[in-house]
Design a protein around this ligand. Structure first.
Ligand code: OTU
Length: 642
């Protein structure tokens, strides 16, 4: 299929739209008819246009579309009352999640709380930090055996047995809602496990299910595709195809047991959309669209970020707009920032795709800047990254369950700064991996194919900023400031900053002997420790590293929730008098200064139009009052108009 531009909605035949509308409204039922009509008037044409662009040439398109719209109408009519009320409120205020200054938190269920029911017992901890958005990493029933931390889904309708049941999930989302916390779940839509019923059926010779996957009889096409494909796990899962006996070569971008779905086949879209809506009915409020860039394939390309990926996601967003408009879609597109922006929607569909997207370039640039001792990378990145559309925003973060993916900085380093990517970023990675004299960091390289090659870096925030391993030790002021610097950048710039589980307690790298084999097989387990009860007790007792990091984060969260902090204003870069400084503005009133350098600086804040007339909203490592301030190494200062 060759699609280069999305056709405008006007190109959709009127009778097609009318048939879709009729099928949708007929299935909604009378009770919600008026609301459904209104929603179809805005989202219906987008849905039909997007699906027509993708699948319109297929002979069975019309009946397929009618059938899908009927199913969507069924969901809309059956939406539960509490969630329908939330939908209505959020429809009236589509930027609710930006206004609310959300604070996110991301954790594996078992590592955080044992089971889904156990998560309720952690609500007090989450609220103490100020969390109102909880991303629980995959908890659906995963493949038996190795399953990439749950990212190989065997059933979209069952919970991983060790974690609980669907009823536990429904109960948990209600408890979280009650506590003012929105639950985010992964929608792993690029692939399913090789033991998912669709994959089993395909292997057993079911032709209809075989069409759900990209299957090739011999190596001819796989070899042709490989010529332009990258590799996500070059060491542990080289190549993008796996030979499956009795089937052939199956497209497997990630591990060999994760089979990529074929979105050129319309039933795949319909099944995934309905699976998402069933989960939304359980009270999931945000879907993290895992590995979004990989959803469409075309020979001769890297099969990343193709226009059809966006058309698919526009259609998926139209599905939530029709059925569950309170739900947010979050793009997990770990690609350079210019390629992430289109996930918010572009052209006629600007603002009609995902409301949220991970700002992985900002995350990586913050770490590189810390290693380099100056702020050139985040400064250049932010200068060259336009703001997201209205009612959309960045998910900012410092660490997550994955490695720091360095490739996202390649175009910035090469094209914007005219520098050598491998050399420059290789050096920053080596610093963070503790392979450079004088480094304070204790990370580890991930999947780099040779000693000079740079791929990813692993490690918990605490280990990367040089906080002590012993939670009872008194952390140095320097390490704490480095922690404050990186979290400060995430909290100041993003719409929804995410705290990665354990960071709030300054937990170090995973050193659990029970996880040693897992870490050896996939180094990302280095940053997947269990939440430490000991650290939690220290935090509550006000002692050691956990108390210090928790208090640092709390102070930043409180500052960001100050009514004077301009949540809706866009972030701009100010010229900085020193290379080590990153100076940002949010609207006319708010200013932030971050010192990435290892030396102290004295500054006259008047040169940024700050100082007198402004109040400190948050300061860490800043001395003096009024206009002239001394910023310690890694100091952070946030000011607003007083
Ligand atoms: C995502 O990540 C998940 O976050 C990983 O935990 C999964 O292993 C993976 O998908 C497969 O489901 O490419 O654009 O480099 O950043 O695998 C998404 C490691 C991805 C991850 C990468 C990733």
């Amino acid at each position: 299929m060759t699609l280069t531009r999305e056709p405008p909605a006007a190109a959709v035949p009127a009778d097609l739209l009318a048939a879709a509308r009729q099928a949708f409204l007929a299935a909604v039922g009378t009770r919600r008819q008026a609301c459904a009509e209104r929603r179809f008037a805005t989202a219906g044409p987008t849905l039909v246009a997007a699906l027509h662009a993708l699948y319109g040439e297929r002979a069975d398109f019309r009946p397929w579309l009618r059938d899908l719209c009927g199913r969507l109408g069924g969901f809309a009519g059956a939406r539960n009352e509490a969630l329908a009320a939330l939908d209505a409120a959020r429809e009236r205020e589509p930027d609710w999640f930006v206004r609310q200054r959300m604070l996110g938190y991301s954790a594996y269920v078992d590592r955080f709380a044992g089971t889904l029911s156990g998560v309720a017992g952690r609500i007090r901890h989450l609220r103490a930090l100020g969390v109102d958005y909880l991303h629980l990493l995959p908890f659906l029933r995963a493949r038996a055996g190795e399953n990439d931390g749950g990212f190989a889904v065997a059933s979209f309708d069952e919970i991983e047995p060790a974690l609980g049941t669907m009823d536990d999930l429904t109960r948990l989302t209600a408890q979280l809602r009650e506590a003012g916390i929105s639950l985010c779940a992964d929608l792993i839509l690029n692939h399913v496990a090789d033991d998912h019923p669709w994959a089993r059926a395909a292997r057993a010779g079911d032709v209809a299910k075989r069409a759900f996957f990209h299957v090739f009889a011999d190596r001819r096409l796989p070899d042709a595709y490989e010529a332009t494909l990258g590799e996500v796990f070059p060491q542990t899962a080289p190549g993008n195809f796996t030979h499956v006996p009795a089937l052939g070569w199956v497209w497997t971008t990630f591990y060999p047991y994760q089979w990529d779905l074929n979105y050129a086949h319309p039933p795949v879209f319909a099944e995934i959309a309905c699976a998402m809506l069933r989960l939304a009915e359980r009270g999931i409020e945000v879907f993290r669209l895992d590995s979004a860039p990989f959803l469409w394939k075309r020979l001769g390309t890297a099969c990343l970020n193709l226009p059809e990926v966006h058309t698919l996601l526009v259609a998926l967003r139209a599905v939530t707009a029709l059925v569950a408009p309170g739900v947010l879609l979050k793009a997990e597109a770990i690609v350079p920032a210019p390629q992430v922006l289109p996930y918010f929607g572009s052209g006629p569909w600007r603002g009609r795709e995902c409301q949220l997207a991970y700002h992985s370039s900002l995350m990586a640039s913050g770490w590189a800047a810390l290693a380099e001792g100056h702020a050139e990378l985040p400064r250049a990145l932010l200068m060259h990254t336009p703001p997201p559309p209205e009612s959309a925003g960045w998910v900012s973060y410092v660490r997550c369950h994955d490695d720091i993916v360095w490739n996202v900085l390649k175009p910035l380093v090469e094209e914007v700064l005219g520098d050598d990517f491998e050399r420059r970023i290789g050096r920053a990675a080596a610093f963070l991996e503790g392979r450079v004299d004088g480094s304070f960091a204790r990370g580890a390289a991930f999947q780099s194919t040779d000693a000079d090659g740079v791929h990813g870096s692993n490690g918990m925030t605490a280990a990367l900023v040089g906080l002590p391993d012993d939670p009872e030790a008194t952390p140095s002021a320097e390490a704490l400031r480095r922690f404050a610097l990186l979290y400060g950048l995430a909290l100041w710039t993003g719409a929804v900053p995410l705290v990665y589980m354990g960071d709030e307690l300054g937990q170090g790298n995973n050193d659990d002997p029970a996880d040693a084999a897992r870490i050896a097989a996939d180094g990302r387990w280095l940053q997947r420790p269990r939440l430490s009860d000991h650290a939690l007790a220290l935090q509550e007792a006000g002692r050691g590293v956990p108390a210090a990091t928790f208090a640092t984060l709390r102070a930043q969260v409180a500052a960001r929730r100050d009514p004077r902090w301009p949540a809706l204003a866009t972030v701009e870069v100010c010229p900085a008098p020193e290379r080590s400084l990153l100076v940002l503005r949010r609207g006319p009133g708010a200013l932030a200064v971050f010192n990435f350098g290892a030396t102290a600086l004295t500054l006259d804040l008047r040169r940024f139009g700050a100082g007198t007339g402004k109040t400190d909203l948050y300061a860490c490592g800043v001395e003096g009052q009024g206009d002239i301030r001394t910023l310690a190494p890694w100091a952070v200062l946030w000011q607003v108009d007083s």
